[in-house]
Design a protein around this ligand. Structure first.
Ligand code: PLP
Ligand code: COI
Length: 341
């Protein structure tokens, strides 16, 4: 393999041109075969439902090169299931799990030279998405769909490695409400969250922490990751009907239990911010990002100092990354090797 000539240890989390993406069309009640192409543009009707009425959903997962040179992916089946849940909620055609798995394997294999070398700290980010592509003017579900998977080599979402992030509690803007679509990966949720994130960045914060839309007193999540905190020997993470069920969070809860921590997934009041010893953000892109501080009503609650993550957040991060990168045996059956052909 002739590896792509990239500065892998210093990659940003951004789109980078690769060799191929794969597409499947749902037309006349059936999915087409997967078509690999180097074309980065998609043909789209101007009245496509995705453009006007938001039938657009996506996923994110990562491929890592293991020490033995094989490429492995993390919890592909969980991402396939979540894309199906998102599809059902937006009355879109669910992509069968076999097609999802075939598509991600095909596109990672076709872009093998872009998989960052083991130990570089980077990964190949895999972005499956589905859109309602059929033309409609009345508000109704599309009868045609396009499912695409592309990849891009990336570094961590928030700065490099275990660099702590600063969050601000968002009291004015909500990204999602109970009964809405915040619990699935609908593209519109991200449009709804941009003005809060952009404003917080301008104030020097990394991201916001949303509160529940119904009462405004419980912590939901950030715009691109779930939130957790450590208090003594307990891992605490919010339960809420309007947050995305993070696959990283689900996995880290298991790791926490196996490290001897208690796990509480429950409504977490914003008034508890002063009680935590450590905190972190969880997600495919974020991995586990230590939270340095959360600012609420002008008070900055600090969870780590000197740019160094606390011991429990560090231990969870190291354990998770060792499994994802193939450094440690995967006793959970979470990873799968991308077939050679
Ligand atoms: N919450 C939001 C809003 C997200 O966009 C993501 C990213 O996918 C997550 C949480 C983390 O989910 P996961 O761990 O499945 O990537
Ligand atoms: C992910 O973690 O995969 C995400 O989708 C987060 C963000 C880049 C939208």
């Amino acid at each position: 393999m002739d590896r792509a000539d990239l500065d892998f240890p210093n990659l940003p989390f951004a789109f980078h041109h690769t060799d191929a993406n794969v597409r499947y069309w749902f037309r006349d009640g059936a999915w087409s075969a997967g078509e690999l192409t180097s074309d980065e543009y998609i043909p789209l009707h101007m009245a496509a439902v995705c453009l006007h009425y938001g039938q657009a959903i996506f996923e994110g997962l990562k491929a890592y090169e293991r020490p033995d040179g094989q490429v492995q992916m993390f919890r592909v089946g969980e991402n396939a299931n979540r894309l199906q849940r998102s599809a059902r909620k937006l009355l879109m055609e669910p992509v069968p799990e076999e097609i999802f798995r075939e598509a991600v394997h095909k596109v990672v294999h076709a872009n093998r030279r872009f998989v960052p070398p083991h130990g570089s700290g980077a990964s190949l980010y895999v972005r499956p998405f589905e859109i309602g592509s059929g033309p409609e003017v009345g508000v109704k579900p599309s009868t045609e769909y396009l499912f695409v998977v592309f990849v891009t080599p990336v570094g961590p979402y928030y700065k490099s490695g275990l660099t702590p992030v600063r969050l601000r509690v968002e009291e004015e803007i909500h990204r999602a409400a109970p009964g809405g679509v915040g619990d699935v990966k609908a593209a519109g949720n991200y449009a709804a969250s941009m003005r809060a994130t952009v404003a917080a960045r301008a104030e020097g914060y990394t991201e916001v922490l949303y509160l529940d839309a119904a009462r405004g007193t419980y912590i939901d999540e950030s715009g691109s990751s779930n939130f957790f905190a450590i208090k003594g020997d307990t891992f605490i993470t919010p339960a809420s009907p309007s947050i995305l069920a993070s696959i990283t969070n689900m996995s880290v809860q298991q790791l926490a239990r196996d490290m001897g921590l208690k796990v509480e997934q429950r409504p977490v009041s914003v008034d508890e911010l002063g009680d935590f010893d450590e905190a972190g953000a969880l997600g495919t892109a974020a991995i586990i990002s230590p939270v340095e501080s959360v600012t609420y009503q002008g008070v900055e609650h600090i969870y780590c100092t000197g740019g160094t993550a606390g011991p429990t957040v560090t231990a969870l991060y190291e354990r998770l990354l060792a499994i994802q990168t193939g450094e440690a045996d995967d006793v959970y059956g979470w990873t799968e090797v991308v077939p050679e052909a």
